[in-house]
Write a new protein. Structure first.
Length: 123
């Protein structure tokens, strides 16, 4: 059963600003997300934009937004084939459980200016 569906788009320009502001990226992203995104060199902002869109889409799929969730508790990873997945920690895992959610499905796409994420929460 589908518990929720969320979609979000993030303009990459927004992330370039965050990267230029010391400490700002660390507020919104899990340390492993920052590390793996920065390893992408010039593609770091695009990678972080997709990950931030995933966090916003997760909140929309919950139907409650991100209120009460620490953004660093939502972690986007890629498996050995590059498929994105979402790991939930602390506040994010608590909110998923409260909503009756189980499995989280994630799809990401991006172009030079925008990143889009779709999240489906299965019960």
């Amino acid at each position: 059963m589908i518990v929720g569906l969320g979609v979000d788009v993030v303009h990459v320009k927004r992330i370039h600003h965050w990267l230029a502001t010391p400490g700002l990226v660390d507020r919104f992203f899990h340390p492993d997300e920052v590390r793996t995104s920065m390893e992408r060199g010039p593609g770091a902002a695009l990678s972080l934009a997709a990950r931030f869109a995933a966090k916003e889409a997760f909140g929309k799929a919950l139907g409650t937004g991100l209120s009460g969730i620490k953004l660093r508790d939502l972690q986007v990873i890629n498996n050995y084939n590059g498929k994105p997945d979402m790991l939930l920690h602390g506040t994010a895992l608590d909110r998923l459980n409260e909503a009756g959610g189980g499995r989280v499905h994630l799809s990401l796409t991006h172009e030079s200016d925008n990143a889009i994420a779709v999240v489906v929460i299965e019960g």
